[in-house]
Write a protein that binds this ligand. Structure first.
Ligand SMILES: C[S@@+](CC[C@H](N)C(=O)[O-])C[C@H]1O[C@@H](n2cnc3c(N)ncnc32)[C@H](O)[C@@H]1O
Ligand SMILES: [Zn+2]
Ligand SMILES: [Zn+2]
Ligand SMILES: [Zn+2]
Ligand SMILES: [Zn+2]
Length: 622
């Protein structure tokens, strides 16, 4: 499922009846032969390599082969071929095992921590639909009445902002009639305060014209109109006075928060309420200036990644994005500065590292905040490389806003507003129920008990695997999966695995023949690229599956978070059964929620690290 089922592997449009399949692998299908030809170079370097028939490393026959289970990097027709090749293969095979051990030992020394100075107000990976019923429970059979009306339970651990929840509710098939229960877990107080504020506003102002559009603006825009500012002010004033019970009633059952956690959220709301946001006032927070300073003071890596991003866009897109980086506006149409006289208080927070300096804790401590919050200053705290364009798949945005829009800002605003409208109607029908869990996911199981929530059909752990080892995530979440649903799944994602594996990053360190091949492939498809642009684009031509296998084996070997380290390198087969779960084999293209690997070059504006990988885990079959 690197491309959604039923879509062309090149342009990702819905497939017509007559299709053009790839003749070398069983997976890729195109809408026409032009698309197939256009994708030929990239696809043969990537998916065909991964899913197609393999050449025997001994006799070079193409056909059904078995992988060398020690190194996962050689393929053989049979045991005889393997034995014959062993003297030649031995050295490579051992080197790979040694490299896995080395990665493992580096990983166990690596200090991972979950906090960041920048709250995840915009999200970072591409938004996912948590349910995708048509790929899962509803796939392949006629859907009965009971199926149409059943409820689903989803846990989003390390949820960040609301993008996934909004996309899920907005993507539900019309005939679905059940309710969706979502538990939002994140340890970041500010992110959660913002989520609850937005949910409250959607109910409180459901009758207000254009509330969906206003909320889209408030989500992403540095400056807002008086009307939007007043909506925020009114909501904050009301929220601050509410008990958990009252919040539940005021949102008609949409939002459930424990009283203690509401106390922490209230502090953030008070902080936002107290800010002077009128831009013409000299005492105003002046977000534009703060944002500018933040970028100027950011390190070379951030500046570099922003300019690399810009360099890869076409001239027109680049001009528009430069404008966005300059003004930070996200509005339904081009506007006059006079019409947006307020700073957006919900884009501010307190720096996590300030807490660390003062209280020596690696994470935001709600109880500390509760007592000492006025020691700290609320300021603009968005990572300088964040944009509203990164999480929404730009292919879908184009598809849904076709017509004559001159600007990406207007198109994206329209797209998100449309999702928000659907989200609002779904809420209005009383079919969305949200429970808030403000805690580290490591403590979540204890928390789960007080939430009075059945087990989950889906558990999404965002990119927590960047901070917490896979085995720990599975150990925590396996007992919380709904065992009666064979589609129940834990989804794990990792954004930065490639930084830990030699040669996974196609940068300057890749051995020359390999790098040359990548560059040549890439240039065949994009003849006019500058060297800087190539650096980013070649990710789409670099098949890192075997590197990722090494990483997984090393990572599980390293243990961590009270999971003991292993003496020997675990085989990939045993990794697939980590913590008694059953991994969907991404080498056979079996992921059903998040592609193992996205194609980033077709998604221009959507640009998280191209090395993102997703792994999906099921309960073992009886
Ligand atoms: C990097 S974000 C990704 C969010 C999501 N993928 C998105 O794009 O919107 C990860 C979130 O996990 C949260 N987080 C980090 N460590 C956590 C932990 N141990 N428990 C719960 N949340 C955690 C962070 O506060 C952050 O909001
Ligand atoms: Zn096509
Ligand atoms: Zn193919
Ligand atoms: Zn052979
Ligand atoms: Zn081997």
């Amino acid at each position: 499922m690197d491309v959604q089922p039923g879509r062309c592997w090149c342009c990702e449009k819905i497939l017509p009846e007559d299709t053009a399949p790839c003749d070398r692998c069983p997976m890729a299908v195109y809408c026409c032969t032009q698309c197939r030809d256009r994708d030929n170079v990239r696809h043969s370097a990537m998916e065909c390599e991964m899913f197609g028939e393999k050449k025997c490393s001994s006799c070079s026959t193409l056909g059904k082969t078995r992988m060398c289970s020690a190194c996962n990097s050689a393929w053989y027709c049979n045991a005889d071929c393997q034995r014959r090749d062993f003297p030649a293969h031995k050295k490579t095979c051992r080197e790979i095992l040694a490299s896995i051990k080395q990665i493992s030992s580096n990983l166990s020394r690596l200090k991972r921590h979950g906090y960041d100075d920048f709250p995840e107000y915009f999200g970072n990976t591409m938004a996912v639909d948590f349910l995708q019923l048509e790929n899962n429970e509803w796939s392949g059979k006629s859907v009965g009445k009971k199926q149409l009306g059943r409820d689903y339970h989803v846990l989003s651990a390390g949820c960040g902002d609301l993008c996934n929840t909004v996309l899920t509710a907005a993507s539900l098939p019309n005939k679905y009639q059940g309710k969706l229960h979502v538990t939002l877990n994140d340890l970041d107080l500010f992110v959660m305060a913002r989520n609850v504020l937005f949910l409250f506003m959607l109910v409180r102002f459901a009758e207000t014209e254009d509330i969906a559009s206003s909320l889209t603006t408030i989500w992403y825009s540095l400056h807002i109109s008086k009307r939007e500012y007043d909506l925020i002010k009114t909501s904050l004033a009301e929220l601050i006075r509410m008990s958990a019970r009252q919040l539940h009633d005021a949102t008609k059952g949409l939002v459930s928060v424990l009283d203690e956690e509401l106390g922490y959220l209230r502090q953030v709301w008070k902080g936002w309420q107290s800010l002077e946001c009128r831009r013409d006032n000299r005492a105003a927070i002046n977000l534009a200036q703060q944002r500018k300073d933040m970028f100027e003071n950011s390190d070379q890596a951030i500046k570099g990644s922003r300019s690399k991003y810009l360099a890869c866009l076409n001239a027109n897109d680049r001009k528009q994005m430069e404008k966005w980086f300059e003004h930070g506006l996200f509005l339904p149409c081009e506007a006059n500065q006079r019409d947006i006289p307020f700073d957006n208080p919900t884009l501010t927070a307190i720096e996590a590292s300030k807490f660390t300096a003062q209280f020596g804790s690696p994470q935001l401590q709600p109880s500390v905040l509760l007592h000492d919050y006025d020691l700290f200053v609320y300021r603009y705290l968005m990572s300088p490389r964040k944009t509203p364009f990164a999480v929404w798949d730009c292919l879908r945005v184009k598809e849904h806003t076709s017509g004559s829009h001159s600007s990406w800002m207007v198109m994206y605003h329209k797209y998100v507003t449309n999702l928000m409208q659907k989200f609002k109607s779904f809420i209005h029908e009383g079919r969305l129920l949200i429970r808030v869990s403000l805690t580290s996911c490591l403590d979540f199981p204890r928390h789960h008990q007080s939430l009075q929530m059945p087990n989950y059909d889906r558990i999404f752990t965002s990119n927590l695997a960047d901070y917490i080892c896979f085995a720990k995530l599975l150990q925590i979440f396996k007992p919380l999966l709904k065992s009666s649903n064979s589609y129940s799944v834990v989804v794990t994602e990792i954004m930065y695995f490639y930084l830990n594996v030699p040669d996974a990053y196609p940068g300057k360190t890749l051995p020359e023949p390999q790098r040359r091949k990548l560059v040549l492939d890439c240039i065949q498809d994009f003849p006019a690229l500058t060297p800087a642009q190539i650096q980013n684009k070649i990710f789409d031509y670099h098949n890192t599956t075997s590197h990722f296998l090494r990483y997984l084996r090393a990572e599980i070997m390293a243990g961590g978070f009270d999971i003991p380290a292993l003496q020997d390198v675990p085989s990939f087969e045993s990794v697939k059964k980590c913590q008694g779960m059953q991994m969907r084999d991404f080498q056979k293209e079996l992921n059903k929620f998040v592609p193992f690997q996205h194609r980033w070059n077709v998604r221009s504006l959507t640009s998280p690290p191209p090395g993102c990988r997703a792994v999906e885990w099921l309960l073992p079959k009886e």
